[in-house]
Design a protein around this ligand. Structure first.
Ligand code: MN
Length: 731
């Protein structure tokens, strides 16, 4: 018979032992499908390629996995290496098998490079997350185990690469899944290529020792056996030398020679019940002197991966220490095969007291939840999303980045560095340009395109990302980098809101007011206030309300001051009221807000002034000494008087009215007009009126540039014979 077919028949027999009702036609069909598709392909050792999937299936069977897993193991390389497709496998062997093959294929395609330990942990998690069905990981581990067994035929470079990957990724995963036997073999075969000299040295020394200690080992085994027979305890006992990598690690990490390693030899006693375990422990301690502090009860307190046993180290008659591990058959199966043992021993875990540590908590939960479940349900639950909340992706350099599920390239970019996010101009997933809202999948290789001239993030990115890190960094950017934009944006928002109150930015910018206003809104400058509004850190309405309140409070004070400092004619207006406006040149002040000068007092530049927010006509500006500005106010009016001041620089001429009191005489009006003409004052109206008591008043309207000019005019008019008072009109 064809040796390959012969080998398949042997496999079939092993399957029959634990899966008597398996669909053997379907299994054989899968074998032939793989055989035909791999036809012509050879392994590095020259054997037909089919020997590899067959060997992987053998390991899967040894672990006692289900029929689906065996078929998937036979087919595991067909999609990657032949023209077989997911669809075809799904059609022929069902979707479960196709998904398992697809899962193994995806794991095979992942490229690893050696990384920091933290990275390795992420890689392991990524593999788990990618697998989705734990059987995918188990099949992949079997695949890797066979590849490591046959690694000797590969190039030295490939040997090292694969050995490192196995040591760093697959052995720890096998350990986490409680698959001790597989873990040891993976470690030992990896070590063989990672440190061939060290490996050989230990192997040789151990073999020298084991032949030298053969008698010693046999004697101990015999003594334990006899004692337990005598006690009537059903058991299996055997001795072994610890696996090479564990010896290697002790030698190198603790810098010990082989002779100094405490328990090179280990004996295992397998019994039927937990009570037998503790009984046997007592017998061992009676036979041999226990080493203090070396007893460990992993039955009462299992290891995080579910491992259970009693460990003790004792001293033999020859003074040689050795370890004894005592466990039940069930514990032994789980120690050897871990999670996989569930398929073999379908009764599940009896009285399982699994580890309580948070490490791979999900495995524990998984195992616990399976105690009473039937096998089919167990397989079903194996499909749970192991890391539902996370997604693991690669940088182009091969680093693994862990992000929240649903993350987009924006999250990825900001997780690399703020600058990568801020300079992002595009993103690629697996080499293809994608949009920023594309959701990342496990194993994706994500590349961020950047440019130094990038405009920076867009405000809608905040909605597209899932991680707080990205969100905060984007906000930070707008807060810092886009200060100018925030100021413009914030100022516009603020101004619009402010307009509703009739106030202007110029009004609140007045030198003596600004510090109070800034104190009230708790910012150092108006720009800071605008920036906060623009960036979203300060609600506009809140800012305006505070400013307005402060203006009202300050307005009262300023007016009081202006009133007390009622200026004498010669004195300049107090510097208390700088920078304000007049119609047309309002400049920064009360933008978009109508300003007019009150007709009652017609102020001119330089006059102390106050403003009144009218209903519907903007601000009316009065002289501070205008009776209208001083009469008692209603509560409504109170809030509408605001401090105003003149803008600096060139102000346009203002019209004001003067009232001249004089002795009535001929030529008075002529003299007045002559003085006005000499002062180059523009007169728009002049009216004289004789009074019954021989006096006369001349009322005139004149345009002046400033209060200074007005004072000059008043002085000259005062010197006209017969004039005894020149006053400004006050309504
Ligand atoms: Mn393979």
């Amino acid at each position: 018979m064809d040796p390959v077919l012969q080998r398949y028949r042997e496999l079939e027999n092993k399957i029959r032992e634990y899966l008597p009702h398996a669909d053997f036609d379907r299994l054989e069909s899968a074998f032939h499908y793989a055989d035909e598709h791999h036809a012509g392909q050879l392994r590095k050792d020259g054997t037909p390629y089919i020997t590899h999937p067959l060997a992987v299936a053998e390991i899967v069977v040894e672990m006692g996995l289900d029929q689906e897993s065996i078929i998937a193991a036979l087919l595991h390389d067909t999609v990657e290496d032949t023209d077989a497709t997911y669809e075809e496998i799904s059609r022929l062997y069902g979707q479960t098998v196709a998904d398992l093959v697809d899962g193994v294929t995806k794991l095979t395609r992942v490229q690893y490079t050696s990384k920091e330990e933290e990275q390795m942990e992420n890689l392991r998690k990524m593999l788990m997350a990618m697998a989705r069905d734990i059987r995918v990981i188990l099949i992949k581990i079997c695949d890797r185990l066979h590849n490591m067994r046959t690694m000797v035929y590969q190039s030295p470079r490939k040997q090292k690469e694969k050995a490192l990957e196995t040591m760093e990724i697959y052995a720890p995963i096998a350990h986490r899944l409680g698959m001790q036997k597989v873990k040891w073999e993976l470690e030992d075969t990896s070590l063989q290529f990672l440190d061939p000299i060290g490996y050989q040295k230990i192997t040789e020394e151990l073999s020298v020792r084991s032949s030298a200690h053969e008698e010693f080992m046999a004697a101990i085994q015999q003594r334990i056996h006899e004692r337990l027979e005598q006690e009537g305890v059903a058991h299996t006992v055997y001795g072994r030398i610890k696996h090479i990598y564990s010896v290697y690690r002790k030698m190198y990490s603790q810098n010990k020679t082989l002779d100094e390693i405490f328990d090179l030899y280990a004996f295992r006693v397998i019994v039927d019940s937990i009570s037998d375990c503790y009984y046997v422990l007592g017998c061992i301690h009676d036979l041999y002197k226990p080493v203090a502090g070396r007893f460990k009860d992993y039955i009462g307190t299992p290891k995080p991966n579910g491992y259970q046993s009693l460990h003790t180290t004792v001293i033999g008659r020859e003074g040689m220490p050795f370890e004894v591990q005592i466990r039940t058959q069930d514990m032994h199966q789980r120690a050897e095969y871990g999670v996989a043992a569930h398929w073999k021993y379908k009764q599940g875990l009896a009285n399982a007291q699994l580890g309580s540590e948070a490490t791979f908590e999900w495995v524990r939960r998984l195992l616990e939840s399976q105690q009473d479940a039937d096998p089919n349900e167990f397989v079903h639950n194996m499909k749970v999303d192991l890391f539902a909340d996370e997604v693991f992706v690669f940088t182009p350099r091969g680093d693994v980045i862990n992000l929240p599920a649903g993350a987009t390239p924006i999250d990825f970019a900001y997780s690399i560095h703020s600058e990568v996010g801020n300079r992002m101009t595009g993103a690629k997933i697996n080499g293809r340009i994608v949009t920023y809202d594309t959701k990342l999948s496990n194993g994706d290789i994500v590349e961020i395109l950047t440019s130094k001239t990038a405009k920076g993030p867009s405000r809608d990115w905040v909605q597209l990302c899932r991680s707080n890190e990205a969100r905060n960094k984007i906000r930070q950017w707008f807060k810092r980098e886009r200060r100018e934009e925030n100021i413009v944006r914030g100022r516009a928002m603020f101004e619009q809101e402010l307009k509703k109150t009739g106030l202007s930015i110029a009004a609140i910018s007045a030198e003596e007011l600004l510090p109070h206003i800034l104190k009230k809104v708790r910012f150092n400058s108006l720009d800071d206030l605008y920036a906060a509004i623009g960036y979203g850190g300060m609600p506009t309405v809140k800012a305006v309300n505070r400013v307005r309140d402060e203006m009202i409070r300050q307005g009262q004070q300023v007016r009081d001051t202006a009133h007390r400092a009622q200026p004498k004619e010669e004195r300049e207006a107090p510097p208390a009221a700088p920078q304000f406006y007049s119609p047309g040149i309002l400049g920064g002040g009360l933008n978009n807000c109508l300003v007019k000068f009150a007709k009652c007092c017609s102020p001119v530049p330089g006059d102390p002034v106050v403003g009144f927010i009218t209903k519907g006509y903007g601000v009316s500006v009065h002289r501070a000494d205008c009776p209208n500005a001083q009469k008692p106010r209603t509560e409504d009016e109170q809030g509408r008087w605001i401090p105003v001041s003149w803008a600096g620089g060139d102000l346009p001429a203002c019209q004001t009215s003067l009232v001249i009191a004089a002795k009535d005489r001929d030529g008075l009006t002529l003299d007045v007009t002559t003085v006005l003409a000499a002062a180059k004052a523009k007169v728009s109206s002049i009216a004289a009126r004789g009074l019954p008591d021989g006096h006369a008043t001349v009322t005139l309207s004149v345009e002046v540039k400033s209060r200074e000019d007005l004072n000059t005019i008043i002085n000259r008019l005062s010197r006209i014979p017969g004039v005894f008072q020149v006053a400004r009109s006050t309504g």
